[in-house]
Design a binder for this molecule. Structure first.
Ligand SMILES: Nc1ncnc2c1ncn2[C@@H]1O[C@H](COP(=O)(O)OP(=O)(O)OP(=O)(O)O)[C@@H](O)[C@H]1O
Ligand SMILES: O=C(O)c1ccc[n+]([C@@H]2O[C@H](COP(=O)([O-])O)[C@@H](O)[C@H]2O)c1
Length: 214
């Protein structure tokens, strides 16, 4: 299964682009966006999670292969990926899909700090990582993450199908210089963001007056 965890505050074109590239590359049936409720490593902007979810739904509406996994929105406490992956793995086991690999999509900046995630080594017992390039972000792992990479990086996407978890694959594709921070900053200045986010999301933000200076 293809899983894309994020804060999505708000979702933007770079998220949609990397999700699309991941689906195309791995020929998956469905890619699940998994929005977090309490980001483990960054300050939340204060947006209501119901709005975050509504924007995500609007952004993916046109792509039937995109879906949303809402589990982190229903859990209190920090949205540790480990907890979600443990649940997903149990669900796959219970439905007779014990051998199914989980591919967790993340950007290069997230990967560079991956060894600061809660029990990161345990995460890699549960899923593979698919790392997407991000403009101006180069691979810069700590020595311990580099050591993991030396053992577990794979250069063939097809290898990820041969085991359930534990490999790291760098997925190349078109990059987009967009961040949620940039979107929020521009909205605060009262600027339009239709080059950065889908029109329906932009309309929702306008209607609900989100991210605007008070
Ligand atoms: N432009 C991008 N290129 C590649 N990966 C990206 C890009 N934007 C976000 N990602 C990745 O998508 C995942 C979810 O990102 P997130 O929702 O935090 O968006 P963000 O734009 O990084 O947000 P913020 O600016 O608020 O930090 C992360 O793994 C992040 O690395
Ligand atoms: O589990 C952790 O400790 C952890 C630390 C940092 C990030 N994550 C997850 O990584 C994904 C991308 O994070 P972010 O902050 O870039 O949106 C998202 O699903 C986060 O919940 C998870």
């Amino acid at each position: 299964m293809l899983l894309f965890g994020g804060t999505f505050d708000p979702v933007h074109f770079a998220h949609l682009n990397m999700a699309e590239q991941c689906l195309e590359h791995f020929g998956g049936k469905t890619l699940f966006f998994m929005p977090n409720r309490v980001p483990a490593h960054k300050q939340a902007s204060g947006i209501d999670n119901a709005d975050k979810l509504a924007m995500l739904k609007l952004a993916i509406a046109a792509e039937p292969r995109f879906a949303i996994d809402e589990r982190e929105l229903h859990r209190s406490g920090p949205s540790y990926s480990l907890l979600s992956l443990q649940e997903l793995r149990s669900e796959l086991n219970a439905s007779g899909q014990a051998q199914e690999p989980i591919l967790f999509l993340l950007g290069m900046d997230s990967f560079n700090s991956f060894d600061s995630w809660y029990q990161w080594r345990d995460i890699l017992e549960l899923c593979h990582l698919v790392v997407y390039q991000r403009p101006d972000e180069h691979l810069s792992p700590s020595p311990q993450l580099q050591a993991y990479l030396n053992q577990h990086q794979c250069n063939q996407g097809s290898a990820l199908e041969s085991k359930q978890a534990g490999l790291v694959y760098f997925l190349a594709g078109p990059q987009r210089a967009v961040s949620s921070t940039l979107v929020r900053e521009r909205l605060q200045r009262g600027e339009l963001c239709e080059d950065l986010i889908p029109a329906a999301v932009s309309q929702y933000i306008r209607d609900k007056r989100l991210y605007m200076a008070s």
